[in-house]
Design a protein. Structure first.
Length: 390
């Protein structure tokens, strides 16, 4: 029994080792199809508002009223804050009084000047008296003009006490509280920051190796972490040539306009950009491996399409390549005109039509053939009567 088990084990080993394998060879092909060819450049950037205004005050005073807060939607011309007006109204009344006083003095000196001018022409008064009258008239005229200007400034300052929104937008920052004193000097006191969220832009940082392909008008898609399931679209509106170097990495800023009707995009979000540096639609495409395929001889080549005479490479002109086209049971070498490519596919502009089968390579599949080897095993089952003793 032990000897029988060992013989059976040897039989299994011999059978497994003796199984032969044959290679089944097939020709791989692809059809020329119409589609879209794209090439992209990726970058990261920050979302900003196209129009963002810091609203300040041009007069000094105490904040009396605030009509807007964070996230308040405002229209251009809406009243958003008021500064206490008591001092400003007093300044205006004082300026008006000065104007009236200056006007009376001016009119009095003008009358004297006109009278002395006539008397001097008749030599009834001295030159000194006339010149004095003339000087008083000119000084009073200047003082009157200055008083009028002071009145205009005081009235304007009073108007500045009412602060209006300069744009349509949303308040994204408020810097003051009611009762707080704001001082106007060389640096305008900032009260609010208002941003137009309807029109946003992305400032993307593109690597120096890719910036040469980026042009104004190219399509852009981008995503933000705040809305991972949404894909936003935009267009390149500006390529800024001022480089930024950080850790020996040179990047250039690219401005992408991004409409934002839903106000999902807010300033400060990080965007992952995909810039379509090339996009051609409804073009005939072939994968690039068709240009490197060459027919080969195989043992089962009689089952494969047979190649005809290849094209002489010298016959290829500028922008031309050759491919092997399957026609029945033959491989025909044809010249095609090629266009743009993206490293994976190439546009075919001539010499081929949609649906044409083009060879890309050979596929060799190992197929086990156990029948023949099984019959060679001394332990394989034998036909009836094979081992009968005569």
């Amino acid at each position: 029994m032990k000897l029988l088990k060992q013989m059976l084990l040897v039989s299994v080993v011999l059978l497994a080792g003796a199984c032969s394998k044959e290679k089944k060879i097939t020709l791989e092909t692809v059809e020329a199809q119409t589609g879209e060819l794209t090439e992209t450049v990726t970058a990261t950037g920050t979302i900003e508002s196209v129009t963002q205004v810091d609203v300040g005050t041009q007069v000094t005073g105490i904040i009396d009223k605030l009509y807007a807060d964070y996230n308040t939607v405002v229209k251009k011309g809406d009243l958003i804050a008021e500064i206490e007006k008591t001092m400003l109204e007093s300044d205006l009344r004082s300026a008006e009084a000065n104007v009236e006083s200056a006007r009376l003095t001016y009119e009095y000196n003008r009358t004297n000047y006109e009278r002395d001018k006539a008397l001097h022409a008749k030599q009834l008064i001295s030159d000194y008296e006339f010149q004095t009258s003339q000087k008083d008239y000119q000084v009073s005229k200047t003082a009157y003009d200055k008083a009028q200007a002071d009145k205009v400034r005081a009235a304007k300052n009073l108007n500045y006490a009412e602060i209006y929104s300069p744009i349509d937008g949303i308040v994204i920052s408020r810097e003051v509280e009611v009762g707080q004193t704001v001082v106007s000097n060389m640096n305008v006191a900032n009260l609010y920051t208002i941003a137009d969220l309807d029109n946003m832009q992305v400032i993307g940082n593109v690597d120096e190796a890719d910036i040469g392909q980026v042009k104004v008008g190219q399509k852009v898609t981008f995503s933000v972490d705040a809305y991972p399931d949404d894909l936003f679209e935009g267009k390149v509106t500006q390529v800024r040539l001022n480089p930024t170097t950080e850790s020996n990495v040179v990047t250039y800023e690219v401005v992408v306009a991004a409409p934002n009707p839903d106000h999902k995009l807010i300033p400060g979000l990080t965007a992952n950009l995909t810039i379509y540096v090339m996009s051609e639609e409804n073009v005939l495409l072939l994968p690039n491996q068709v240009f490197t395929f060459e027919p080969q001889q195989h043992p089962d080549s009689e089952n494969l399409p047979q190649p005809k005479a290849p094209v002489d490479k010298k016959d290829l002109g500028a922008g031309q390549k050759s491919v092997w086209v399957v026609e029945g049971n033959a491989l025909v070498n044809k010249i095609v005109t090629v266009g743009a490519g993206n490293g994976m596919k190439t546009v075919i502009t001539g010499g081929l039509s949609a649906g044409t089968k083009v060879a890309t390579g050979y596929d060799e599949t190992a197929v086990a053939n156990a029948d023949a080897t099984a019959q060679k095993s001394p332990f394989a089952p034998q036909p009836p009567g094979r081992n009968k003793k005569k």
